[in-house]
Design a protein around this ligand. Structure first.
Ligand code: J76
Length: 283
């Protein structure tokens, strides 16, 4: 379905750490939407499937070929960077991060991206058929891009991976992974009290755990009234692929009665979870 395809970008991440001229490692991982589908460890020659549907609709032969391309790339990339560093006097140690992938859009179209960061700051992106330094990148990055842009074969390969291989992989994955990607998982919710904010005050904590997919709505309420003092924590990933959130409210102890925590999530339909303060939890 066209509605499904929108929200599931394939994001391939590469993390390369260069300690000195003789030690480096490069690890890779890839996500389809919120689900991690692949890892590729520095000490391994093969990309590992993390899901039963990770192969998508590619044949074994297509995967062999793709894996070979990435294996050659990893060796070449490591050598290239070490050469740049010598030539352009960059200091060890440093990390390079890469994020590339695509999203399939309605109407047989797709959009792709490839960005590179150095020491955590974005420095280069691949645009059209060229490596392009960010406007505020240091001069050595501009030199490195000029050198990299001389390799037309590599530029064509990158474009082909982004425009052709990536979207066709994603189209297959949306079929093979459909049920897991689409299946919402219901949150559990419970209340507790947090560290006391001061004399006569209470910190009410509403925990929301185990939901998929990510967006969730949770609020402290008095009746139908949303409490504007509700503070939302970060949505944290859990090991099983679901998410965890807490929302808190700092209130005068005598005003806690009658407050409730309300949770809305796609898995719940319109059956919101509503938990009332003072019924059950130790306060
Ligand atoms: C992100 C995925 C890129 C996949 C690229 C695959 C192509 C490849 O492996 N190229 C290397 C080997 O190239 C030779 O063989 C090819 C066929 O296999 C072609 O014939 C090609 O013409 C031929 O030269 C090649 O050595 C690349 O240089 C490997 C590294 C690619 C790269 O990421 N380069 C790069 C990118 C940005 C270098 C510098 C920058 C900017 C500065 C970054 C500073 C941190």
């Amino acid at each position: 379905s066209e509605g499904l395809q929108r929200h599931f970008p394939l994001r391939c991440l590469q993390i390369s750490s260069f300690a000195n001229s003789s030690w480096s490692r490069t690890d890779g991982l890839a996500w389809l939407g919120e689900l991690q589908a692949y890892t590729w460890r520095s000490d391994s020659d093969t990309i590992r499937f993390l899901k039963p549907w990770s192969q998508g609709r590619f044949s074994d032969q297509q995967w062999e070929n793709l894996q070979h391309i990435f294996l050659v790339y990893r060796i070449s990339f490591t050598r290239d960077i070490q050469e740049f560093v010598t030539m352009l006097h960059v200091d060890y140690p440093f990390d390079i991060q890469m994020s590339g992938g695509c999203e399939v859009l309605p109407g047989n179209t797709s959009k792709s991206f490839l960005d590179i960061a150095f020491q955590g700051t974005a420095i280069v992106s691949f645009q059209g058929t060229f490596w392009v330094p960010n406007p505020d990148s240091p001069p050595w990055v501009q030199t490195a891009c000029k050198v990299a842009n001389q390799d037309q074969g590599t530029r064509e390969t990158v474009r082909w991976l982004l425009d052709s291989v990536c979207p066709s992989l994603v189209r297959g994955l949306l079929e093979t992974g459909k049920s897991e990607l689409e299946k919402p998982v219901q949150p559990e919710a419970w209340l507790s009290s947090g560290p006391t904010p001061g004399p006569g005050r209470l910190l009410l904590v509403c925990h929301v755990s185990g939901f998929y997919p990510n967006p969730v709505w949770a609020m402290w309420m008095r009746g139908e009234q949303e409490q504007p003092g509700t503070r939302r924590g970060d949505v944290l990933p859990q090991a099983d692929g679901t998410w965890y959130l807490r929302v808190t409210l700092d209130v005068a102890a005598r005003e806690a009665a009658g407050l409730s925590c309300r949770v809305r999530h796609s898995s719940l339909g319109d059956q919101d979870i509503v938990l009332y303060w003072g019924r059950g939890q130790a306060s």
